[in-house]
Design a binder for this molecule. Structure first.
Ligand code: 1HE
Length: 264
């Protein structure tokens, strides 16, 4: 790892590795099915806060057979209502940093992606899953509610009706169905989902940084605003992006036959 990193401060429950322009963050509590304790959550925040310059894409994965069993339920029992709000707001703060952080984030999923694990995965920009992945929101059955931004992010992926059903009835979506309803973008039937994520991350890293910024920071805001304001935001973003020297160079390369064609 580069010298400007202080990884010795990270808990054992996380592992972080740099591969050139990519940063890999691993949930590393397989014995507890990568349940997300405060230590894990705050560790993710520290990593995102300290992503070194030059990192162009981030991959989040879980060690062991499950991506994550969600919130560490052993820590929730202690909370009163005020502490519950603070705790939920802490999840919001950290997962907002994942969504609106310095680089696009790809989640690599297998086994359980449930509760807060699904909320974490939903805050990432791309979800790549193995065939054994399953998705659920057991909060409904545990007598609680989502608190990590799930009510905002998950309906944007699959619609409110499906999320309501998941929580009311405990419905579990298997990987095939999850791909069909848009919960994941990639189902890796053969081969390694992590390798697929690396391949996608390399593509992302090769984009103009302004385009990646527009997609991760501006597009979600455009989605959240009225049509009139959204259109002007789009025009402003388009103008800024095309004005950048990198965009000019890329257009020139295409017109001179030096750039890849669509699909190459
Ligand atoms: C845990 C957790 C956890 C496992 N918090 N300790 N999430 C849930 O309600 C999901 C709860 N977990 C499960 O349903 C199952 O563990 C799994 C389907 C994910 C995996 O099953 P399995 O048979 O492989 O493992 P296991 O035997 O259930 O669990 C192994 C250990 O992990 C065990 O501890 P041990 O000391 O007895 O070995 C479990 O207690 C522990 N473990 N999941 C704490 N979640 C921001 S708000 C978000 C709100 C939520 O996320 S609510 C949903 C919580």
């Amino acid at each position: 790892m580069p010298g400007n990193w202080h990884l010795d401060e990270l808990p054992q429950s996380l592992e972080v590795n740099r591969e050139d322009e990519l940063l890999l963050i691993g949930l590393n509590r397989p014995v507890k099915r990568n349940a997300i304790s405060d230590e894990v959550l705050l560790g993710i925040e520290r990593v995102i806060d300290q992503v070194p310059a030059g990192i162009r894409a981030v991959i989040i994965y879980g060690n062991g057979p499950h991506f994550s069993a969600g919130l560490d339920l052993s820590e929730l029992q202690e909370h009163n209502a005020v502490e519950g709000i603070r705790h939920s707001r802490m999840w919001h703060r950290v997962l907002d940093k994942v969504q609106f952080g310095p680089a696009p984030v790809i989640a690599v999923l297998q086994g359980a992606v449930v509760g807060g694990g699904l909320e974490l995965a939903s805050s990432c920009h791309i979800r790549v899953a193995a065939p054994d992945t399953f998705f659920a929101l057991p909060e409904g059955q545990r007598g609680i509610f989502v608190g990590g931004g799930g009510s905002v992010r998950i309906p944007r992926l699959i619609g409110m009706a499906r999320m309501t059903d998941m929580m009311l009835t405990g419905r579990v979506y298997q990987a095939e169905e999850a791909e069909r309803i848009g919960l994941i973008q990639y189902l890796v039937r053969d081969g390694s989902p992590l390798e697929k994520a690396r391949e996608l991350a390399q593509k992302i890293a090769g984009n103009a940084p302004m385009t990646n910024y527009a997609l991760t920071h501006v597009l979600p805001r455009i989605m959240d605003t009225g049509q009139d304001q959204a259109m002007i935001m789009e025009s402003l973003m388009a103008a800024i992006a095309q004005d950048a020297p990198e965009a000019k160079k890329r257009l020139e390369d295409f017109l001179a036959g030096r750039a890849k064609k669509v699909g190459e």
